[in-house]
Design a protein around this ligand. Structure first.
Ligand code: ZN
Length: 498
């Protein structure tokens, strides 16, 4: 399909002056959103954004319908950047602008001098070019060293000298990111990290479209949809955001972590790299649940910093490592199907520990220790989902009578299954996991190991560093839990004297 190439052709096309002259980015977002709301029925407004249908999405819809600049407030890994990027799906597939313009001027009302001169000279012959939605999205991570020159622009003395121009002429401006984003979406992540002076510059753009560059007032009535993201505590901390800027941000929208384990699993399944070149894989539900509950447990754990949060990238990276560990085992043992086990979750610690910001108490214990505790808590909870009320006495007894079994994460399934069959009552207990003796050895081993790990997480049986399952020591759980405290208190008291 050919598109108009000159201003004259553009006038006679569907991009008519009547439709385009005063249509600003926020009108465009609004129009396309309304069309989507009408046509989409029950399908999601922003495909790929999971768990926000009843909370965040309606608020974003309202902000766009209101033609607001808005900010997403949320902790790490709550899909803030993804939502902001998804706004490009509300832009027109093609947007005409005056070809060669650095700030993508509207062909019917150019704001830069170059374009006004150009249209005066060529009239309807002025050439027109187009931008795609992706070209119209500019993202900037705010850091304290961002300058006005970066964001708005600078006087370029070389440009002035070459053109024989006054320094104060608009033609000598070297445009920054904001003017270059003109007629598009400009996203600033971590807004509170922007210096106060820059916030003032931003405010002026939002308020009047006026820009001051090194003392020279340049009027640039930019057309921008400004969207921001920030950590809620940074944003609300006094003095971090200048009040007039806060005042100009139309809507403040809070994001959140997945509300349920099921939603978390859906996000992780969507984001993690799990379909790998041709290798057959069976990913058990209980493994997915354990991985997801590690993140849930971490978000609730007082040893982990609440202000920075626990990103959804934790279960996503953990899932990738879990699959890799299972993949490695399958390759080494020449197995046809990759079936992750709970031991693979422990092997995924490197994908977990780095994503936990530890409080003092956590630091004392070490990230590995905290990570293992979280995995264990996640296993215990998941085990309860399947086995609450189940009679597993026979299995526990087998260990109490001196039975021991080593379950290394590298051992082949066929061999492991033979060993596991020696534990009376174990293989007969896989039914709640939807696994039977007709399933592959890989699946049976994974399921049986889950039961052993569950019993160990509940301290019904023991397990050594070498992954040998054996009888548990007979102390009741309550007493063992308390035994953590004595070795903590001296640390804390000593700390206060420092
Ligand atoms: Zn221009």
């Amino acid at each position: 399909m050919s598109v108009p190439r000159t201003l004259g052709e553009l006038r006679r096309s569907s991009f008519s002056e009547e439709r385009m002259r005063t249509r600003r980015v926020k009108d465009e977002l609004r129009d396309n959103l309304i069309a989507r709301l009408r046509d989409n029925g029950d399908s999601p407004i922003f495909p790929g954004i999971v768990g926000y249908d009843d909370t965040v999405v309606p608020q974003i819809v309202n902000a766009i319908l209101s033609r607001h600049n808005f900010i997403l407030l949320g902790l790490r890994g709550q899909a803030k950047s993804r939502i902001l990027r998804a706004l490009t799906t509300l832009l027109d597939p093609q947007m005409p602008y005056l070809a060669g313009c650095e700030i993508h001027d509207n062909p019917y009302s150019p704001i830069c001098k170059r374009c006004r001169d150009e249209v005066a000279r060529q009239g309807d012959g002025a050439p027109v070019a187009y931008l795609s939605p992706d070209d119209r999205y500019i993202e900037k991570l705010a850091t304290p060293d961002v300058t006005i020159a970066d964001l708005i622009g600078d006087i370029d003395p070389i440009k002035a000298a070459r053109g024989g121009l006054e320094l104060s002429s608009e033609m000598t401006v070297h445009y920054g990111l904001l003017p270059r984003a003109n007629r598009g979406i400009f996203a600033i992540n971590e807004l509170p990290d922007l210096a106060g002076k820059i916030q003032v510059g931003l405010f002026n753009i939002m308020q009047e479209g006026d820009v001051q560059i090194k003392g020279y007032p340049v009027r640039l009535p930019l057309d921008l949809a400004l969207v921001f993201s920030a950590n809620p505590e940074d944003y609300t901390a006094r003095g971090k955001i200048i009040t007039p800027l806060k005042d100009r941000i139309g809507s403040e929208i809070r994001t959140h972590y997945p509300a349920t384990v099921e939603e978390g699993i859906a996000i992780t399944a969507q984001e993690a790299w799990s379909r790998r070149n041709g290798q057959a894989m069976h990913l058990p539900n209980y493994v997915q649940e354990v991985i997801e509950r590690v993140a849930f447990a971490a978000r609730d754990d007082k040893k982990i910093d609440k202000r920075s949060g626990v990103s959804q990238r934790l279960p996503i990276s953990a899932m990738e490592n879990v699959i890799s560990n299972a993949e490695r085992r399958a390759i080494r043992n020449g197995e046809k199907v990759v079936v992750p086990r709970i031991s693979d979750v422990y092997a995924a610690l490197p994908a977990i520990t780095g994503k936990l910001e530890l409080e003092y108490e956590g630091e004392m214990k070490g990230a590995d220790h905290v990570g293992r505790e979280l995995i264990r808590a996640a296993i215990a909870k998941t085990y309860d989902e399947y086995y609450t009320g189940a009679n597993v006495q026979q299995i526990v007894q087998w260990f109490d009578l001196g039975g021991e079994i080593q379950m290394s994460d590298s051992v082949a399934a066929a061999e492991a299954l033979e060993n596991l069959k020696g534990i009376q009552g174990l293989i007969g207990k896989l039914e709640p996991l939807s696994v039977s003796q007709k399933d592959s050895p890989e699946q049976q081993v994974s399921a049986a190991e889950f039961i052993l790990e569950g019993l160990h997480a509940h301290k019904r049986i023991g397990r050594s560093e070498e992954r040998i399952f054996k009888a548990g020591d007979k102390k009741p759980e309550a007493v063992r839990e308390k035994s953590f405290e004595p070795d903590e208190k001296p640390y804390r008291q000593r700390r206060q004297f420092n």
